[in-house]
Design a protein. Structure first.
Length: 197
């Protein structure tokens, strides 16, 4: 059975009309090649500079909100600290299997009272040849001061490790670690002292 010619639908006719507008006959192309002349194609209408709205680069970009650069918690800092002492002894220390040779309880003291006592205690302990001492700071009281800036729980608990890293204590301390629950947990620190020379 023979098929008859079918007529183009209106959308096909419109598409074909667009193609024929931009098409260049092959005979014209061949003549242009011979003459080495560029083939003229329909160029888009030039855009006038007045029709372009002024803009700034990045004006529509979403504003980047700065991330909060929060200091890591005290427990995290101590757990990531480099182990300077013997690793087996350090493991036993963290498990609470080593007994401190002396202890200092700063719990309830102000910063002004605690700092000189801590300095004297550490320096005296090292002079006496002691290696492991326990410094008790307490965990701190939960206070709601209703201020706009949050305050950390336990002023001494956060200040004492900083004092350990300053002179006159720093050269005398080999290792600092949070105490095991047996010796006070997060409210106390093991301080492993260097040998006296």
């Amino acid at each position: 059975m023979k098929r008859g010619k079918r007529n183009l639908r209106p959308e096909e006719q419109e598409l074909w009309a667009r193609v024929t507008e931009t098409a260049i006959p092959m005979t014209v192309r061949a003549k242009a090649k011979l003459a080495d002349k560029p083939i003229k194609t329909k160029m888009p209408d030039p855009v006038s500079p007045r029709s372009i709205k002024s803009f700034k680069i990045g004006e529509r970009a979403a504003a980047k909100i700065p991330k909060n650069n929060l200091a890591p918690s005290l427990d995290h800092q101590l757990s990531k600290a480099h182990v300077a002492m013997d690793k087996k002894a350090f493991t036993r220390l963290k498990q609470g299997k080593l007994s401190p040779e002396a202890r200092l309880d700063l719990h309830g003291m102000t910063l002004e009272q605690a700092h000189p006592r801590l300095n004297r205690f550490i320096l005296d302990a090292q002079a006496q040849g002691k290696r492991l001492v326990l410094v008790i700071t307490g965990k701190g009281k939960s206070r709601d001061d209703n201020g706009p800036i949050p305050t950390r729980l336990g002023v001494l608990r956060h200040q004492v490790p900083q004092w350990f890293q300053q002179h006159p204590l720093k050269p005398h301390i080999l290792q600092i670690a949070q105490a095991s629950l047996k010796h006070g947990g997060s409210g106390a620190y093991y301080v492993y002292l260097r040998r006296t020379r």
